[in-house]
Design a protein around this ligand. Structure first.
Ligand SMILES: Nc1ncnc2c1ncn2[C@@H]1O[C@H](COP(=O)(O)OP(=O)(O)OP(=O)(O)O)[C@@H](O)[C@H]1O
Length: 262
């Protein structure tokens, strides 16, 4: 894929346009295979939606990518050559894989602006001890992110006063401040109002092509909104059951069976 070079893959070898390649990953819990020879790849700049019934292995997959869970077998390539299964959680985070959990974890007593500023200062490339005041470029980045997450008017508001949806957007903004090479979002619209869900879809659509994203979500209307022409992967019993456009997977009899057969 030609967009690889201008995306934030900084230094990672993505010469074939693939940011993540899971190869034959198996995770066993007391003999039960939560992931069963899972193979999946994601392109640089792609927004990949992952769906699947409860217990399909979606969370376990993200745990493997972020180093929280070690697979019994298989490899997880970040770019062409880096095998994540040999790295610690901290090393993986440092390599630029950001993860957003379902519950927002913003600093409630700090303003929206300060939350973004703090997120940037955890970026190892910024040297907070040398530059105690923000430079113009950093202020620009914060302003751009405020715009993107539509919280510009609330920049001075303590994060604790935001709605649930606004907190989720702020947390996405905080992750973006660290310029992740790959962003994993776990059920980003859980608990949101319809209007917030719609707005989150617009936000993620704006990130498509500029960032590489994996979004796990149960809300099918939302997945339809963000999948666009992109691929949706259906997990079932720890493996890929189907993959393709939203329309294709929705009309796939095997997918209908696992959703309706429960
Ligand atoms: N630490 C664990 N010990 C034992 N079994 C586990 C553990 N973690 C997950 N499992 C099992 O592995 C399977 C996959 O779980 P996982 O949470 O990855 O699925 P999921 O697709 O994220 O489901 P949901 O949509 O409900 O969040 C489930 O059957 C779950 O009970």
């Amino acid at each position: 894929m030609s967009t690889g070079a201008r995306l934030s893959t900084g230094g990672l070898d993505t010469v074939h346009g693939v940011i993540l390649y899971l190869e034959d990953i198996t995770v066993s819990f007391d003999g039960f295979k939560a992931l069963n020879n899972l193979t999946l790849d994601i392109d640089v700049g792609e927004l990949r939606c992952i769906i699947g019934p409860n217990g399909a292995g979606k969370t376990t997959m993200m745990d493997v990518i972020t180093g929280k869970t070690r697979p019994a077998s298989g490899r997880a390539f970040f770019g062409q050559t880096m095998d994540l299964t040999s790295l610690s959680e901290a090393q993986i985070a440092h390599q630029g894989i950001g993860r957003k959990f379902q519950r927002p974890t913003v600093f409630e007593n700090h303003s929206v602006f300060e939350n973004l500023e703090l997120a940037m200062k955890t970026d190892k490339r910024v040297l907070p001890t040398l530059f105690s005041r923000l430079g113009g470029e950093q202020l620009d980045r914060i302003a751009q992110t405020l715009d993107l997450i539509r919280l510009g008017a609330l920049a001075g508001t303590p994060a604790g006063l935001l709605s649930h949806g606004q907190k989720q957007w702020l947390e996405i903004g905080m992750l973006l401040m660290q310029e992740p090479r790959l962003l994993l979002l776990d059920e980003p619209v859980a608990g949101m109002t319809d209007a917030e869900t719609e707005r989150t879809g617009e936000l993620l659509n704006e990130l498509r092509g500029k960032h590489s994203l994996m979004v796990v979500e149960h809300d099918m209307d939302f997945v339809a909104q963000i999948a666009g022409q992109g691929k949706v992967t259906v997990l079932h019993e720890g493996s890929v059951l189907a993959e393709g456009s939203m329309a294709a997977v929705q009309s796939d009899p095997r997918v209908i069976e696992v959703y309706l057969g429960r």
